[in-house]
Every structure is written in C-alpha cells, then in structure tokens.
Write a protein that binds this ligand. Structure first.
Ligand code: G1P
Length: 187
C-alpha cells in the first residue's frame, strides 16, 4: 500500500489528499447521508489541519489482519477525532494495543509522501503506509476517527458476500428477492 500511494505522487501538487481502499465498502446507517463517515472525517481535517485515519472496532481475533491504532489512555467514540500515540501494521493479538482497526479511509498531508520515500519494507516484506504514518504522527501528529458504519472487507469471500447482501437488503425490490431465495431453501 505504501508503494501504491507513492506511485500517485506525480498527481499531487504539495496538497493534502485522500486514500480510499476500494476493496472496503463502507455503509453508513440508512438514516444518515450516504457518505456521512467520510464527509465527517473531511470536516475533522478542515477543522484541525491534522491527518485523519478512519478506524472501526473489530474483534481481538481479527486484529492481526489490520493496521492498529494506539490511543494511549484516551477514549475513542464514533465521529470523534482523537490524537494517535502510535500505529502498528498487523500486530499479533497479544501485541495489539487496542481493537481499533485501520479500515482504509485516510486524509493525509503531502509530507507523508516524503516519509514513504525512505520507508523500508516492513511486515510481509512490503512498504507499509502504516509505518510511514507512524513516523508522521511523531512529527506532525495524526488523529484516529472512529466510525460506526458497516464495514465490509471485500478482499475475502465472506466480506464480499456480506457486502452484496447488505446492499441488496437496502433495496426494497432486491430485499424481497433475497428473502424469497432464503425461504425457498433451495440448496
Ligand atoms: C491494508 C492496510 C491496513 C488496513 C487494511 C484495511 O492492508 O495496510 O493497515 O488495516 O488495508 O483493509 P491489506 O488489507 O492491504 O493487507
């Protein structure tokens, strides 16, 4: 991910930018605006001028698949922007400092690209965006921004199927078809 972000450097002109991982679907509560979480996070950037990393709560056994936020003794709550103490990419469950996982939505200052240029390969032998962000937060600060949206990691079969069902169940016509299919119990 670090290398991929660096590949986009020539598109930027010393300006803040967003990173959105497209294999992660975010479904805000139906009562809210479609992009409520993301636009709220942009609002937090506009208000603070500090980079924002969206996080969600995940179970302890899933934490090793994600970047993990360390907030020290501070409490996180939905739609609150909280200063980060550290970020670690895919820690083992025993080393994880919280169950707040980086979910793939970031608002970042241009300076992170300079840090990425000197970031060496980390876990998985890959240049990790998380490692550059852990450096950035020590220099300029960085905030975690928790969401309560539904998050679907479409990079695995369960997440992909769940995302399709969740989106389908929000469509009145599709909802009837999905219910009928399940009731038919045709498998
Ligand atoms: C990437 C990031 C990780 C983040 C995850 C979200 O990992 O490196 O910090 O938690 O996306 O899906 P990947 O899924 O590419 O291994």
């Amino acid at each position: 991910l670090g290398h991929a972000v660096l590949c986009a450097k020539h598109l930027l002109n010393d300006e803040p930018f967003a990173v959105l991982l497209p294999d992660v679907l975010l479904l805000d509560q139906e009562s809210r605006d479609k992009n409520y979480s993301f636009s709220s996070m942009v609002g937090a950037w506009n208000h603070t001028g500090i980079g924002q990393i969206m996080v969600e709560r995940v179970s302890s056994d899933a934490i090793e698949n994600y970047g993990v936020a360390d907030l020290g003794t501070q409490e996180s709550e939905a739609f609150k922007s909280v200063p980060l103490k550290g970020l670690v990419e895919k820690p083992s469950p025993k080393d994880a400092t919280s169950n707040l996982a980086v979910l793939g939505r970031y608002i970042l200052p241009y300076t992170v690209l300079g840090l990425l240029e000197t970031t060496v390969a980390g876990i998985g032998d890959e240049i990790q965006l998380t490692d550059a962000l852990d450096e950035l937060l020590k220099l300029d600060g960085l905030n975690a921004f928790e969401t309560d949206a539904g998050v679907f990691d479409c990079g695995n079969k369960r997440g992909f199927l769940s995302a399709n069902l969740a989106v389908g169940m929000r469509d009145p016509e599709m909802k009837l078809s999905i219910k009928a299919l399940i009731q038919k119990n045709a498998w």
